[in-house]
Write a protein of this length. Structure first.
Length: 373
């Protein structure tokens, strides 16, 4: 993800599906059949507004200047029972992790988490039935048809929450972006002033060549962020779905325990559910402090939470941190259930019997060379 205005994670759009076409009330008249009866066709269905996940997208920028999205109306039915043309659907491509809400009530509608997944944001109206459907023995000439169903329209909110395994939480200049660039191929902007990171960044961290996890870096949090200070809590939505949070506290902090408590407080004010997530604490910039200072800092932090020290500059402690993160993440992974021995032996015997049957069948069907000549 790049810095600047290209990253858009929130849009409000007005959508309208297509209206259903009206059924036809046509009565058929021919040269030798002046009263041939009803032959009105059905109206076409209105187009729907559909949201589809696309793993190639990472922002909602393409919707920033497209505030109104309308689908096509269905065409009315015609004579000779001709069916009206259906309205064309409108497909909105969105990145994975996009949440849709009602623009008025903010009610949750759905969430897109898989590539190619489709959800209907506004369903098109059904086409009306032609009068041919209403004829009967007692009503042989119906002069009416069904009107098309009306459309659905209204304001909708699309909100992006990036998908990652672990989210970085810390004050500005705590070393979050430097850590991400040190253990992944991500290249976020790094500088010696606060709020260098203005948008979230994702990086894939390789563990041992066989396993990896996704790490999310968000702009720094400061005390009072819940009241709108700094960049506020706008970007915290991106770590709501992370199963693990990594709290970064620099070794040159005046009070590591206070910093940790402030971060927890701000998270709780934004969403109390964030406090229920698993946590790891990491003291960054360990090259700026000696072992005694680092040990003292760790002693002030909760003993029941894993704590690591590392330096992105000297690479010291990075491997231990990555392995520690992986150990916590794999605890929640579902392992394939082992096959019971009795079941496995049954399948082994069945395979053995099938092999014997195949060999007997092959010997019976084989043709000797002497038989050919």
């Amino acid at each position: 993800m790049s810095d600047g205005g290209n990253f858009i994670d929130y849009v409000k759009i007005y959508v309208r599906s297509g209206r259903g076409g009206a059924g036809s009330a046509h009565l058929k008249r021919e040269k030798y059949r002046p009263k041939a009866g009803p032959d009105g066709g059905d109206g076409g269905h209105g187009g729907s507004v559909i949201v589809r996940g696309n793993k190639q997208f990472w922002t909602l920028l393409h919707l920033k200047y497209q505030k109104h999205i309308f689908a096509e109306d269905g065409v009315s039915g015609m004579r000779d029972t001709w069916h009206g043309k259906d309205g064309k659907d409108v497909i909105i491509e969105v990145p994975l992790g996009t949440v849709a809400r009602d623009g008025e009530t903010e009610e949750f509608l759905f969430e897109i988490t898989e590539d190619g997944e489709q959800q209907v944001l506004a369903k098109g109206g059904r086409g009306g039935l032609g009068n041919v459907h209403f004829k009967s023995s007692t009503n042989q000439t119906p002069r009416y048809a069904q009107p098309g169903e009306d459309c659905e329209e209204g304001w909708k909110i699309l909100e992006l929450k990036v998908l990652a395994d672990i989210g970085l939480v810390g004050f500005p200049n705590a070393g979050k972006s430097t850590l991400l660039s040190s253990i992944s191929a991500a290249r976020p902007k790094i500088a010696d002033y606060p709020f260098t990171t203005l948008v979230p960044h994702l990086g894939i961290v390789d563990v041992d060549g066989k396993h990896s996890f996704v790490m999310a870096d968000i702009p720094g949090i400061i005390e009072g962020a819940s009241e709108g200070k700094g960049l506020g809590l706008r970007f915290l939505r991106h770590i709501e779905r992370n199963p693990l949070l990594l709290f970064l506290i620099p070794s040159d902090s005046d009070d590591v325990a206070n910093d940790y408590n402030v971060l927890l407080s701000e998270l709780g004010k934004y969403n109390p559910e964030l406090l229920d997530k698993k946590r790891i604490i990491a003291i960054s910039k360990s090259d700026l402090a000696d072992e005694e200072i680092l040990a003292d800092a760790k002693s002030k932090l909760p003993a029941d939470i894993p704590c690591y020290t590392f330096s992105s500059y000297t690479k010291d402690g990075l491997k231990q941190l990555v392995y520690g993160i992986w150990d916590v993440l794999k605890e929640d992974m579902v392992e394939e259930p082992a096959v019971p021995e009795s079941v496995q032996s049954f399948f082994d015997e069945a395979d053995s019997e099938q092999e014997n049957i195949d060999e007997d069948e092959l010997s019976r069907n084989s043709v000797k060379e002497d038989d050919i000549w």
